[in-house]
Design a protein around this ligand. Sequence first.
Ligand code: XIL
Length: 340
Amino acid sequence: GEGLAAIGRANGITFGTAVDSRKLGDAAYAAQVAAEAQLLVPEWEAKWAALQPRQGSFDFGPLGIIASLAQANGKQLRGHALVWHAAMPSWLAEGLAEGAAKARGLLAAHLDGVLPATRPAIRDWDVVNEAIANAEGNPFSARTPAQGDLRDTPWLRALGPGYVEEAFRAARERDRTLRLTYNDYGLEGDNPWAEEKRQRVLRLLRRMVGTQCPVDALGLQAHLLMDEPFRPEPFTVFLRSVRELGLAVLVTELDVREAQQLPAGLAARDAAVAERVRQVIGTALDAGCRTVLTWGLSDKDSWLARDPDVTRKDGQVHRGLPLDEGGARKPMWQALATAF
Ligand code: XIL
C-alpha cells in the first residue's frame, strides 16, 4: 500500500527519515526510503566531522550520495547539524580552546564552506543542536554540567552564552531564506526534569525572538522513552508557547526506547510503542506541527540497535521504529498513518 510520505502529503504533513549514505547501495533499504519518506536528513553526513574532517578541507561526498537520491526521487533534504558539541573533529575542539576570536573564525569558515555548497538542496538546517543542559533526573545522561540553562560545551567555553545567537545570526547572514532550526531532546515527557528542560528551551527561544535573533523553528528530537510517563497537557502547553513565539515545530528524530521491563510478547511490546507514538505525535500535530521525521525506518538500521549509549543491556533489540527488522510495517507505522 501507500507509504507514509503519500499518506502524510494527502493530509498536509511532511513525513521523513534519517538516512545513512553507506546503506543506500542496499536495494531493499533504498526502496524503503523511497516508498516511505518525502524528506531526508543525513544521519551523520552533514555533521561537522563529516563535512570538514580536516581544517579547511571539505568533503561533500557522503552528503552528495543522499542529495543525489533526493534529487532523483523528488525528495526534500534537511541539514543536521551545524553547531553541536558532539561529532566535532579533534582539530575543532583544539581550535575552540584557543579562544573567542579563533572560534568565531572557525564557525564563519565552516558556514562559508557549507551553506553555499549545499544550497539550494538544503533549505532547512539544525543550526544548533542540544545546547540546553539536562536537568537533574534526566536518564539520558547524568546531569550535564551547565552555565545557567546552557550545557557546558567547547562552544560555550569559547564564545560564552551568546554562542547560540551568534550561530543563528551567522547562518542568516549567509542565506536570508534558509529555515533556521534549534533542535533538542528530552522535551516530551511528563516529569520534573522534562518540564525544567522545556522551561530552559522556552527561555532561550524567548530571548532569541525578543532580541530579533533569527530563529524559525524548534526541532523536537523525540527520542521517546517508554519508562518516562507522558501526558498531552504539559507538552501541549509547551508547544503552544513555542508557536505563540511565531516558531514552527518539527519532530526531527522520532524513535522509541522500550521499557526496561518489557511487556510479554512482541505484540504487546509493539502495541505499547504504537500507543505512545500515537499520543505524542497526535499531540504535536494538534499543536500545529506539520513535519515528522523518524530516526531511521527499520529496527535493523536504528542507532538503538548499535550505539552502546542506547542499546538494551538484556540482549533484546528496541522495536522503536515503524518497520521491523525484516522491513514489515509494525503498529508504530499504523499509529503514524492514523495520526496523519
Ligand atoms: C546519532 C547517530 O544515529 C549515531 O549513529 C551516532 O553514533 C551518534 O549520533 N541526537 C542527534 C543525532 O541529534 O545526531 C544522534 O545521531 C542521535 C541523538
